[in-house]
Ligand binder design. Structure first.
Ligand code: OAD
Length: 233
């Protein structure tokens, strides 16, 4: 196959695993340490806001101790050197794509370094903590929450993502278990519109059978290899 003209990439926790960020569904992963209903739902936040604010304050602070790996860096290289259309969609709330050099990243599940005000609904960059109920930079109300999409909430920019999935000729999924919709359905959407589909993951994901091709291995190895391949045409 020659060089594709339009690529959509979806990344998940697996691309940041080698940087030292826990994935969700592995043994000992985040969802074994914490109950999803407690820390990743609007109901959990209403029940115990301190627990939730503290959970995300800790995860935000932990970003200072991790660094991007060769997989993030390779995708940044692709953004710089690929001549066609490229949309990088991540389910990750960390900032490792940006620190790896990617300038255009669509965080469909929100970002740790962003605050969402439940009063004025504005999103603001946020580097500190929220447990002390700081004022919203826009409306001054002390009603900030993590700008992270919880279960039962709509991910960001779905219109733009589906448009790109319809138009792309290559869809690549990297380091995601395919357990959470709507992201898990992107492969079928792209494929239904004629795209070739490739999965790069440590193990077969739940949606593996929907891909034309699956390559198994560590993202830090597979992603730079794949980027090299694409750029070589
Ligand atoms: P998961 O923890 O569900 O899956 C991570 C995937 O990465 C698994 O399939 C692993 O096999 C794979 N993996 C682990 N290490 C890897 C490595 N070094 N190289 C390549 N692959 C590796 O994480 P996600 O699929 O991102 O949502 O989870 C999706 C969503 O579920 C998250 O965005 C989060 C979570 O609940 C919300 O919080 C809304």
């Amino acid at each position: 196959m020659g060089q594709p003209s339009s690529i959509v990439i979806l990344t998940g926790a697996g691309i940041s695993a080698e940087s030292g960020i826990d994935t969700f569904r592995s043994a000992g992963g985040l969802w074994e340490q914490h109950r999803v209903e407690d820390v990743a739902t609007p109901e959990g936040f209403a029940r115990n806001p301190n627990l939730v604010l503290n959970f995300y304050d800790m995860r935000r602070a932990a970003l200072a101790n991790v660094a991007p790996n060769p997989a993030h860096e390779a995708l940044a290289r692709l953004e710089r050197e690929f001549r066609g259309d490229l949309l990088l969609v991540t389910q990750n709330v960390d900032d490792l794509h940006e620190r790896g050099g990617s300038a255009r990243v669509l965080h469909m599940h929100g970002e740790l370094k962003s605050a969402l005000c439940t009063s004025c609904e504005m999103r603001s960059p946020w580097l500190g903590t929220m447990i002390e109920r700081p004022a919203c930079p826009v409306c001054r109300a002390p009603t900030l929450r993590p700008d992270v999409v919880w279960f039962g909430e709509m991910p960001y920019e779905m219109g733009r993502i589906y448009q790109a999935l319809e138009a792309c000729d290559l869809f690549v999924s990297i380091g995601t278990s395919g357990a959470v919709y709507p992201a898990a359905g992107f492969v079928q959407e792209a494929r239904a519109n004629g795209a070739r589909t490739l999965e790069l993951n440590l193990e077969r994901s739940e949606g593996s059978r929907f891909f034309h091709e699956t390559r198994l291995g560590a993202a830090s190895v597979l992603v730079p290899e794949w980027v090299e391949e694409v750029l070589a045409g």
